[in-house]
Design a binder for this molecule. Structure first.
Ligand code: MG
Length: 385
């Protein structure tokens, strides 16, 4: 079990759930450092409650005039370099990465190079630079434990089985709130409707990504890198109840599934306590009350992101990074009411038509592809208005 941890993205949805788990297990964990992009007030609250000595703020401008919110002895770290310094603290054993987007990419690589165990929630990091993150984790013998519920489920299903026995991975998807909408109805989906997820309570970006199913596209890429399984051997099945979080089909035809209520505290606790488990008296699924679990095929016409990502996975360029960066731009524009819901996937496809990324040669090529893809996507959006 990890005693000394750093939490990147402490103020967000995953950070909050992580702190809930730690709050009920105070004697097992020391929070050595916390970091966030901009929410200094919430960082200060957390620092007081958990007595955190080191605080990282990605966007230094948001900190101006607020040092009095913290205890006098607090050490501050700013920007990407600051976060990288936090990731190197010798007493830290695990770094939990849960910042939106790829802000955490460089600090994560630094943590890996310092042999920390990574508790990874930011799937964007693997989507954009999976090849290089996994290569360096192997090189430095650093373990990556997946917090994303589907990947944590697969991780649990795989334990005790040799990877050569794996036949397919089956990712489940809730299908989001618009599963039963017609394509015509989807054109008029409002931001408020898209932000109302029927099962999961999450941050804004991932909630929209769930509604478009872009999230499941990103998760196929994430699974490919985490478990070293070819993308054609990764299936997606819609499972509206989100009770089965994913499954592994083995070579003998047996399928192992992981189940728990749809609450991120389960996979987070699984990673925090790995290889042990949290001892917690609490009810889980009541099968008699649950009665049925439903499954259906994803509709790739209504949710084009899924078909687009399959093409990106065949590319030798950083096409998945372009997919992710253009999707990020599109989601932002949608949240600002500047494009329609159906234009989110349209913008991703149009960006990829113009630019499929640099050849996947280095971490730098990933970062370059992201910057260029953002520019291409933004230029297309500006043309819409
Ligand atoms: Mg997920």
């Amino acid at each position: 079990m990890f005693r000394n941890i750093i939490i990147f993205g402490a103020t967000g949805s995953i950070g909050t759930s992580t702190l809930n788990v730690i709050r009920r297990n105070r004697r097992h964990f020391n929070v050595i450092g916390i970091a966030a992009n901009t929410n200094v007030e919430k960082l200060a609250q957390i620092a007081h409650e958990f007595d955190v000595p080191n605080v990282g703020i990605f966007d230094e401008r948001t900190f101006v005039g607020k040092d009095s919110l913290f205890k006098e002895k607090t050490h501050f770290f700013f920007g990407e370099d600051g976060l990288c310094k936090l990731a190197q603290f010798p007493e830290v054993t695990a770094v939990l990465v849960a910042m939106v987007g790829i802000i955490g990419l460089k600090p994560t690589i630094t943590a890996i190079e310092n042999k920390k165990t990574i508790l990874l929630a930011s799937k964007e990091i693997l989507v954009a630079a999976g090849k290089f993150v996994i290569e360096s984790a192997k090189k430095y013998n650093a373990q990556i434990l997946p917090i994303d519920s589907e990947h944590n489920a697969i991780f649990q299903c795989l334990r005790g089985n040799d990877s050569s026995f794996v036949d397919r991975l089956i990712l489940t998807a809730s299908g989001g709130p618009f599963r039963n909408f017609s394509w015509q109805d989807m054109e008029n989906i409002t931001v408020e409707e898209a932000l109302r997820h029927p099962v999961w309570n999450m941050g804004k970006k991932i909630t929209i990504d769930s509604a478009t199913m872009a999230n499941k596209g990103l998760e196929i890429v994430e699974a490919k890198w985490l478990f070293d399984v070819p993308d054609d051997d990764i299936d997606v099945v819609v499972h509206p109840e989100s009770i089965i979080h994913s499954m592994v089909k083995f070579c003998d035809g047996s399928i192992v599934a992981q189940m728990c209520p749809p609450n991120m505290e389960y996979p987070i606790a699984n990673c925090l306590f790995f290889p042990e488990r949290e001892r917690l008296e609490r009810s889980s699924i009541n099968f008699v009350e649950q009665k049925t679990l439903n499954f259906l095929a994803p509709d790739i016409v209504k949710f084009p992101h899924l078909a687009i990502i399959r093409q990106c996975l065949k590319s030798n360029n950083n096409a998945c990074a372009v997919f992710q960066a253009s999707n990020e731009v599109a989601v932002n524009e949608f949240l600002k009411h500047r494009i329609k819901f159906t234009q989110i996937s349209e913008l991703v496809a149009k960006t990829l038509d113009i630019y499929s990324g640099e050849p996947m040669t280095s971490l730098k090529s990933c970062q370059e592809s992201i910057v260029k893809a953002r520019n291409v996507a933004q230029t297309i959006v500006n043309g819409y208005n």
